[in-house]
Design a binder for this molecule. Structure first.
Ligand code: DGJ
Length: 749
């Protein structure tokens, strides 16, 4: 059992292979956090708690003469408002008598082998893993409140997940103003915070700064997890780097409005509260009702950021993404969006399929514009019927044609949206989220459907199912192209409008779940104008997500690197698009574009009819290369090999198989130089005693001028693992526009 309770000292030890999390119940029944970090073998870490009398930090009534005991100074497992803890709280409510106080005390606990599946919410699947659960029941007898803190311990994965259940056992209504998933207090640490901010077409940029005595809030109030602030934060020692040092990861499995609040208190304890954002949240709990928060994953390692990323990559790939897409080879796709935008008909799409096949692609994805009156982005959303003016022969004929070429067929949807100019909106204007008597905020000329209404979810389920049943469709791209505003449901009373934002997310999850049950072999690729809903919640339904609407390879280096801190390569949708690029106008060689896109799910997004036969041949080779290293890329350890300093010149990354028998290393020069430095890139995680041969090399050297230095003979070179790890591989300088190289190392003895 990975969870142990010490009856005498009343503390719990939650132990994974390398980490330990401890909780103590004090004499008042306060549930205190005592430790999270490297395994300490069950040693009672309660000695870390110091009961010091701090002025203006009040005491529970029973301790009015024992002033060292204060909710404001002791580290809490689930902090509440109103009962003397003035730091950011996890729970804030209003009781039926208007009181805003919640004071939770230990009631009982259970230690269970296995875990509960959350109904209607994503969670970390137990799969074949051993998982044990600790449930601590807390009560506030005066309020009539029961809170369950559930901790799932994935021993072999070094992950602990948490969620909370809040139950109204009083006779009146209780309003939850905030119900976070987790609160973790770190004592005695000077930590940096790393979070991932961004914007549309430039998502998940790491920002690192020291945690100071302010309250830092990383969150979204856009209805989705957002392009702007990802629900994943890292706290690490000030000197932690990729390869060394303590780091803690907090990843919320949720696709809606969220908040990660980080506060350093008066005595230096650092608190993190993670959960649904309380900005628009007000949940009415009637007598007997309960509310379950989303799940949050916690990880710790003392081996630096690279290892922390690995822990999240592994659990997401193996325990969160739908199992049936985990080990199968996913097809290399051709998407028509940047090739045609809305300007296509069925003949053009079939020609594109023919050319995609010639280029070696394995799936054709028909993007936006095939339904309703959708000829541009002003009309048609919500009308999930095939537009027979464009798709004259029918969707089944396109699908059959694609299948006859030996490829799979995929289709784009944007289920949660509606245009005013649509039959759906004309029939059901009340199905859109809008305020009464007020013109709504428009974005991309569309409105958001009220997913809190079951009839809306039912309509989408039926109409999308109708399309999926009408043709051989293997893949759905599930888009979402605006932020929420005017979050008002015509179906809910005034005192429940604060529930709409969360009910919206639950509606989306239920639609995804129902479609997945009915079409288990159809793979959903998530998307929200690229990476606006790139989170571990959506990954529960969708094993890959379009990472960014920015397909430009040099920008993508930054976006994909930022994304990789939390999310595995197998989830990162990445395509080769045309050059000059449509978002930046930059020209990048085809091979460089491919090498960058291979750090993802890999595909193409252009008009393949415009490719020369030489380019098609190159693409065929690129797809062969990707397929050859598919397992290594999707399941190997992903390593960020260049740091900020290097990246003023080049970016490098790699994959190493778990058994250390092979590695794939890529490098892109982003700032070519005259008379340049040699690029020494230290590889990692190889077997120091083994010898490795470079047995494959692809590069953009076709783009290099005559006098460019590509004299380096790479294939056949042999190095020891120790040499590659300690001194590095010495890349020759490269010239031309954004040159790139990819090397495969195979262990030979
Ligand atoms: C935004 C997506 O990210 C694009 O890839 C494309 O599907 C468009 N929407 C279509 O409207």
């Amino acid at each position: 059992m990975s969870i142990v309770f010490d009856e005498k000292s009343r503390f719990f030890s939650l132990m994974t292979e390398n980490t330990e999390y401890q909780i103590r119940i004090n004499e008042l029944g306060m549930v205190l956090h005592t430790y999270y970090g490297k395994r300490v073998g069950g040693f009672d870490m309660s000695y870390l708690l110091k009961e010091l009398d701090r002025g203006f930090s009040g005491n529970p009534y029973e301790c009015r003469n024992k002033r060292g005991i204060s909710a404001d100074t002791l580290p809490q497992e689930y902090s509440t408002d109103g009962a003397g803890d003035y730091r950011v709280s996890a729970l804030s409510l209003c009781l039926s008598n208007g009181s805003g106080t919640a004071d939770l005390r230990y009631k009982s606990h259970e230690i269970i082998s296995g875990r509960d599946e959350l109904k209607g919410l994503p969670y970390v699947r137990a799969e074949k893993d051993k998982v044990d659960t600790l449930k601590i029941y807390l009560e506030d007898k005066v309020a009539g409140l029961l809170v369950v803190l559930a901790y799932q311990v994935f021993e072999e994965k070094d992950i602990i997940s948490r969620y909370s259940v809040i139950k109204n056992e009083s006779d009146g209504d209780i309003f939850l103003n905030k119900a976070a998933s987790a609160c973790v207090d770190f004592m005695g640490k000077d930590l940096d915070l790393i979070h991932f901010h961004g914007r549309h077409a430039f998502e998940r940029q790491p920002e690192r700064r020291r945690v100071t005595h302010d309250i830092c809030r990383i969150g979204s109030k856009r209805g989705t997890s957002s392009h702007h602030n990802n629900p994943f934060v890292i706290l690490c020692d000030r000197n932690t780097d990729e390869w060394n040092g303590d780091s803690f990861g907090v990843m919320l499995m949720y696709s809606g409005e969220h908040a990660q609040e980080i506060e350093k208190d008066q005595a230096g304890t650092i608190r993190v509260v993670s959960g649904i954002s309380d900005d628009h949240f007000r949940w009415k709990l009637s007598k007997g009702e309960e509310f379950t928060t989303p799940e949050v994953m916690l990880a710790f390692t003392d081996k630096g950021l690279s290892e922390l990323s690995f822990l999240f990559h592994r659990i997401i790939r193996e325990n969160i993404c739908p199992g049936q897409f985990r080990d199968i080879k996913r097809p290399v796709l051709m998407n028509n969006w940047e090739g045609t935008y809305f300007d296509f008909d069925d003949d053009k799409i079939m020609e594109i399929a023919d050319s995609a096949k010639e280029a070696g692609c394995e799936m054709l994805v028909l993007d936006d514009g095939w339904f309703g009156a959708r000829n541009d982005d002003h009309a048609g959303l919500g009308d999930w019927v095939v537009n027979r003016n464009k798709i004259k022969k029918g969707m089944d004929k396109i699908a059959d044609h694609v299948e006859s070429l030996g490829m799979k067929f995929g289709l784009w949807f944007e289920p949660e949206m509606v245009n005013e100019d649509s039959d759906l909106y004309r029939a059901h204007p009340d199905w859109a989220l809008t305020d009464p008597d007020r013109k709504p905020v428009m974005a991309r000329d569309q409105l958001v459907l009220d997913m809190s209404r079951s009839e809306v979810v039912d309509y989408l389920y039926e109409s999308i199912s109708g399309i999926l049943n009408s043709a051989k469709i293997s893949y759905v791209k599930w888009d979402f192209n605006r932020s929420l505003s005017n979050v008002f449901s015509r179906a809910l009373p005034a005192d429940r409008q604060g529930e709409v934002a969360h009910r919206f997310v639950l509606g989306t999850y239920s639609l995804m779940e129902r479609l997945r049950e009915r079409f288990p072999d159809v793979m959903i690729e998530g998307c929200s104008g690229g990476g606006g809903r790139f989170d571990a919640g959506i990954m529960f339904y969708s094993p890959q997500i379009w990472c960014s609407d920015n397909t430009e390879a040099i920008n993508r280096l930054k976006i994909q690197k930022g994304t990789s801190y939390g999310y595995p390569i197998s989830t990162i949708g990445s395509h080769v698009s045309a050059s000059p690029n449509h978002q930046t106008g930059r020209e990048v060689p085809l091979m460089t574009r491919a090498i960058v896109a291979m750090a993802g799910t890999f595909g193409y997004e252009l008009d393949p009819r415009l490719l020369s036969s030489q380019e098609k041949a190159m693409i065929r080779d690129q797809i062969k290369t990707f397929n050859k290293y598919y397992d290594l890329i999707q399941k190997g350890r992903y390593l960020r090999l260049s740091d900020e300093q290097d990246e003023q010149y080049y970016t490098s990354w790699g994959f190493v198989s778990e058994d250390r028998s092979e590695a794939l290393v890529s490098l892109v020069v982003t700032d070519v130089r005259a008379n340049p430095e040699v690029m020494y890139v230290r590889l990692r995680r190889l077997d120091p005693d083994a010898m490795y041969e470079v047995d494959n090399c692809i590069s953009s050297n076709a783009q290099v001028p005559e006098n460019g230095v590509y004299s380096q003979k790479t294939e056949g070179e042999i190095y020891s693992g120790a040499a590659l790890m300690n001194a590095g591989y010495a890349f020759d300088p490269m010239f031309g526009s954004y040159p790139a190289i990819q090397l495969h190392f195979r262990r030979i003895y």
